[in-house]
Design a protein around this ligand. Structure first.
Ligand SMILES: Cc1ncc(COP(=O)(O)O)c(C=O)c1O
Length: 459
C-alpha cells in the first residue's frame, strides 16, 4: 500500500487523469440520490480482504456512485445554497490532499497557515476589522457559528464576577440559519427571540425592544447573532443599529455571513454593510459564494486571543512542544485539520481579488435582472421581496404547494433546473439562490416562461 512501484504509478496516472476529466466534463444535472438499499447492493464486496483494485473502485465511483450525487455546481442548481468552485481552487484542493499537511499548529504547517492567513486577512480587511484580527478556516458555517458563540460565552464567563446565571442566552431572530439554533442546543443555552421586520431583518430597535421586554431579564445574555444574508431570503440585518445595542449591554456581536459574506468584496452592496466592522466575529463560507470547493469556511475574530482562551486544547503530548506563532487549532472546536483555506488562497493568488469582485457583482446583477423579469410579468408572478443579495423569492400566482412541488420534480428530472419551494409569510413560493456567475438572466427568464405555461397534467 505504501510502496511506490509500477502499479501505483499507473493508478496515480489513472486517478489524476480522471480528476482532470471531471473538471472538463461537468456532472449531468439529472444525476441525484438513489435509494440506500440499491446503492448498498451496488457496493457489495467493494471492501474485502484483498481489495477490488483501483481500476474497479474507480469504475464503481464513476458509473454508480457519482451519478447518485447531485451536481451542486451546475449553473442551474438554484436550490439551498449551491457552490461554484473555480478551476484553480478545485485543482489545488488535490494538491492539498496529496501534501499531508497538518494545519492545526504553526510548528507543523507554518507555510500553509501563512497562506491561509493571507486569505483571512483579505476578508478581515474587507470587513474593516483592525490589525490583529484573525481566525482560522473551519469545515462550514455551522462549525463557525458554534465556535464563535462558544468564544462569546467564554468572554462573558470570564468577565462575570458573581455566581453563574440561571441560563446563558443569546439573541437572534427566527430567520437565523438552523445551525445557530443547533449551536444553542449543543451549548445548552437559550435564544432570546427578536422579531424580524417585514424584510426578514433584525433591526437595532427590535433588538432593543426584545431585550427590554424579556420576561426572564438579561442576566446570562452574552451575545447577539446577526446575519449577513439569511438563507431563506438573503436579508441583511441592521448591523449598525444592532452594534449600538450590543455596545450598551456589553454583548458580543457575531455575524453569520456563511452565504452572504461574499458581498464584503462587492461595492454595490456596501451601503447595506454599515456597522459590520463593529462586530466581534463573523463567518463566511468560501465553499458557498467565494468559489472554493467543500469544505471551506472562514471564521474571523476582532480579538482572536479570546477565541484561543476558549478553544485551545491542552494535553501532555501537545504542551511539550512550542506550537509556534499562530495555531488555527486554537480558534475553533477542532484540532487536526486539513489546510482547507489553501484552495481559496491559490485561487485568489491565481485570478486576483478583482476577479472575485467581478464574479460576485455578476451574480448580484443576474439576481437583480431576474427580479426585474418577475416584476415585468405581474399576470403570472409576484416578486415577494426586492433581493438584497442574490436570493430571489417569488410566487407563481394561483399555485398551491403541490403545484410548486410537481414543477420542481418534473424540471429537476429533466435536468433543466433545480429550484425548491420555500415559504414566506407562511405562503409557499419559489426561492432561487444564485452563487454562480455563469448563470444567466436569460436562462432564468426562460424558466419563468416555462412556469407560466406549465400544465401539471401535460408537463
Ligand atoms: C446563513 C447560513 N449560515 C450557516 C449555514 C451553514 O453552513 P454549513 O452548511 O457550511 O455548515 C448556512 C448554510 O446554508 C447558511 O446559509
Amino acid at each position: 500500500m505504501h510502496i511506490r512501484d509500477e502499479r501505483s504509478e499507473r493508478l496515480t496516472e489513472r486517478v489524476v487523469a480522471y480528476a482532470l476529466e471531471r473538471i472538463h466534463q461537468p456532472m449531468d444535472p439529472r444525476w441525484g440520490a438513489r435509494p440506500a438499499p440499491e446503492l448498498a447492493r451496488e457496493l457489495t464486496g467493494a471492501i474485502c480482504a484483498d481489495g477490488i483494485g483501483g481500476d474497479a473502485a474507480l469504475a464503481l465511483f464513476d458509473e454508480v456512485l457519482l451519478p447518485a450525487c447531485r451536481p451542486m455546481d451546475n449553473a442551474m442548481d438554484l436550490a439551498y445554497v449551491p457552490t461554484a468552485p473555480s478551476d484553480a481552487s478545485m485543482l489545488f484542493d488535490m494538491v492539498v490532499s496529496v501534501s499531508a499537511i497538518f494545519a492545526g499548529t504553526w510548528e507543523a504547517g507554518a507555510g500553509a497557515i501563512a497562506a491561509e492567513n493571507q486569505a483571512l486577512q483579505w476578508l478581515a480587511g474587507l470587513a474593516g476589522y483592525p490589525v490583529g484580527a484573525g481566525g482560522c478556516f473551519v469545515s462550514g458555517g455551522s462549525s463557525g457559528n458554534l465556535s464563535a458563540l462558544v468564544t462569546a460565552r467564554h468572554r462573558a464567563r470570564t468577565r462575570r464576577t458573581g455566581p453563574p446565571p440561571a441560563r446563558w442566552k443569546f439573541a437572534a431572530t427566527a430567520q437565523v440559519h438552523s445551525s445557530v439554533r443547533a449551536a444553542a442546543r449543543v451549548m445548552d443555552v437559550d435564544i432570546v427571540s427578536v422579531q424580524a421586520d417585514e424584510l426578514g431583518r433584525m433591526t437595532g430597535a427590535a433588538l432593543a425592544e426584545a431585550l427590554a421586554s424579556d420576561a426572564d431579564g438579561l442576566d446570562g445574555l452574552f451575545a447577539v447573532c446577526a446575519t449577513l444574508g439569511t438563507t431563506n431570503v438573503g436579508a441583511v440585518d441592521d448591523f449598525d443599529g444592532i452594534a449600538d445595542v450590543c455596545q450598551t449591554y456589553g454583548l458580543w456581536l457575531h455575524i453569520d455571513g456563511a452565504y452572504g459574506g461574499a458581498v464584503l468584496c462587492a461595492p454595490s452592496v456596501a451601503p447595506l454593510l454599515k456597522g459590520f466592522e463593529r462586530s466581534d466575529s463573523f463567518g463566511v463560507d468560501p465553499h458557498k459564494w467565494l468559489f472554493a470547493p467543500y469544505d471551506c469556511a472562514a471564521l474571523l475574530y476582532r480579538d482572536p486571543s479570546i477565541a484561543s482562551d476558549a478553544h485551545a486544547q491542552h494535553g501532555e503530548y501537545l504542551d511539550m512542544v512550542d506550537r509556534g506563532e499562530w495555531n488555527p487549532a486554537d480558534f475553533a472546536y477542532h484540532l487536526s485539520r486539513r489546510a482547507r483555506g489553501l484552495p481559496l488562497w491559490f485561487s485568489l493568488a491565481t485570478y486576483g481579488t478583482s476577479a472575485y469582485t467581478a464574479a460576485v457583482e455578476q451574480t448580484l446583477t443576474t439576481a437583480r435582472a431576474f427580479a426585474e423579469a418577475i416584476r415585468e410579468r405581474p399576470e403570472s408572478f409576484t416578486l415577494l421581496l426586492d433581493p438584497s443579495l442574490s436570493v430571489v423569492v417569488f410566487e407563481c400566482n394561483g399555485w398551491d404547494l403541490e403545484r410548486y412541488r410537481s414543477w420542481t420534480i418534473s424540471r429537476a428530472k429533466e435536468g433543466l433546473a433545480l429550484i425548491v419551494p420555500t415559504t414566506w409569510n407562511s405562503r409557499p413560493c419559489y426561492r432561487v439562490c444564485l452563487v454562480n456567475p455563469v448563470t444567466t438572466a436569460s436562462a432564468l427568464t426562460d424558466l419563468l416562461d416555462d412556469m407560466a405555461q406549465w400544465n401539471p397534467q401535460g408537463g
